[in-house]
Ligand binder design. Structure first.
Ligand SMILES: Cc1cc2nc3c(=O)[nH]c(=O)nc-3n(C[C@H](O)[C@H](O)[C@H](O)COP(=O)(O)OP(=O)(O)OC[C@H]3O[C@@H](n4cnc5c(N)ncnc54)[C@H](O)[C@@H]3O)c2cc1C
Length: 395
């Protein structure tokens, strides 16, 4: 078994075995190309093909639908181990699995699952998710893409931006409004095949980080979507997107955790060749290790709760908030440790630093995560479920 040098909660041996399997794959098939695809901003088709061949594009989906038949904890561990060597590839896996595939698996009809999830989970096609627009990021109520009902389907018009993998996707789950005056209540979801007339790709984003992941604009110009491709019911879209994002945030937590661990790996490797003993070095290594350990507990706990069927909006938000902020901070700490060399392309720390910043924003910003956490705490307190004993009246 690969010696992975990680500290984390005690988990069943089958998860450690799965981690070892994914980590070996990542080191053999991704790591040798990670720096090159990043610097040249290349989307790694060959790697994606190998991910599909190994089942890593459908980890939490049933075997009968083309998946690996595992669970969310396995998926979070895979997101971590892949991102630990290449966060761009980690994002490609996460956006496909939890954003492009999950909503169809969870809310689709049997026919939609048979038609689309089988292809997505087996990696025959990539999936994408289109919510963000030029004027609608955190605030989905501002969605401007419209859906007009016709006798046999819907006509979509509008623009989406910052959509991961969409240039190479076979399907995109898209949010559009049937009635803008209703705000989020007007939003409806559609499964759009990327070959539909009226659908096209706009500009590519040249991002700060995650440079080997694909991020593009989507343009809908009188794009006809047949009525059987509505996802869920009319006006149900907001609920679908919110639940999708809750699950997605666990994997982005795993992704950010992988970035943080990847930077620590580089720092430890550097120290083994440049042994320095000082209180400052001990503090950096000890603090980074401790925060990564805490992030791992949070991400795994959120994944295990999701596997148990528990509502996880607060846990997912906390895991994503904490792990992504730890990722950015840990990369900064490794720069302090290594010094000038870490600012060059010779060390992956520079790459991880850029990548981590994006994970603080994608799938909901840190500010929005804090809003969700605070909202849930206040709701639970007011419902009386989380009141500490100190507030109970004594006789
Ligand atoms: C790498 C990456 C990949 C992505 N992939 C996808 C994808 O596949 N599909 C997709 O649909 N989107 C995708 N996105 C978009 C992403 O989800 C949005 O960036 C995110 O929702 C935030 O929206 P925004 O950037 O427009 O920021 P805005 O919503 O415009 O926010 C701007 C600032 O205001 C703050 N803010 C906003 N509202 C509040 C509030 N109520 N209270 C306090 N502060 C607030 C924000 O925290 C932020 O600091 C991706 C983003 C990244 C970085």
């Amino acid at each position: 078994m690969l010696n992975l040098q990680i500290d984390g909660p005690r988990i069943d041996a089958r998860y450690e075995s799965f981690r070892s399997q994914v980590a070996s794959f990542a080191r053999k098939e991704i790591l040798p190309y990670a720096s090159e695809i990043y610097q040249k901003e290349i989307f790694p088709f060959d790697i994606v093909k190998k991910l599909a061949e190994n089942g890593y594009l459908g980890i939490p989906y049933p075997k009968e639908l083309g998946g690996l038949g595992l669970d969310y904890l396995s998926y979070a561990i895979a997101a971590e181990e892949i991102s630990r060597v290449c966060a761009s590839t980690g994002l490609t896996v996460c956006a496909h699995t939890s954003l492009g595939t999950y909503p169809i698996y969870r809310f689709g009809t049997e026919a939609q699952k048979k038609k689309y999830v089988t292809q997505l989970a087996s990696g025959k096609i990539l999936g994408a998710f289109g919510l963000t627009e030029p004027n609608a990021g955190s605030d989905a109520a501002a969605t401007e893409t419209t859906a007009k009902k016709t006798s046999d389907g819907y006509i979509l018009n509008g623009t989406k931006r910052f959509i991961t993998s969409a240039e190479y996707a076979g399907t995109v789950v898209v949010a559009a409004t049937l009635d803008k005056s209703l705000g989020v209540k007007g939003i409806t979801c559609f499964i759009v095949e990327t070959g539909y007339k009226g659908y096209s790709i706009g500009q590519r984003e040249h991002k700060l980080g995650l440079l080997a992941s694909n991020t593009v604009e989507l343009i809908f110009e009188d794009c006809f979507v047949p009525k059987e491709n509505i996802l869920g019911q009319e006006y149900d879209g907001y609920k679908i997107f919110m639940e999708t994002l809750d699950g997605g945030r666990i994997s982005i937590g795993g992704h950010a955790l992988g970035i943080a661990q990847g930077t620590l790996d580089v720092g430890l490797e550097w120290l083994s060749k440049h042994p320095v003993k000082s209180q400052q070095v001990s503090k950096i290594i000890a603090d980074v290790t401790t925060h990564i350990y805490a992030a791992r507990l949070m991400v795994y706990d959120a994944a295990m709760k999701k596997d148990a069927g528990v509502r996880v909006d607060q846990e997912a938000a906390m895991a994503k908030l904490y792990a992504s902020e730890v990722g950015t901070w840990a990369a900064g700490e490794m720069m302090r440790l290594i010094g000038l060399a870490s600012l060059t392309k010779d060390y992956a720390v520079e790459r991880f630093y850029r990548d981590a910043k994006l994970s603080e924003i994608g799938e909901g910003t840190s500010e929005v995560m804090r809003l969700i956490i605070a909202r849930e705490m206040i709701r639970k307190f007011q419902a009386g479920t989380d009141k500490p004993d100190i507030f109970q009246k004594t006789k």
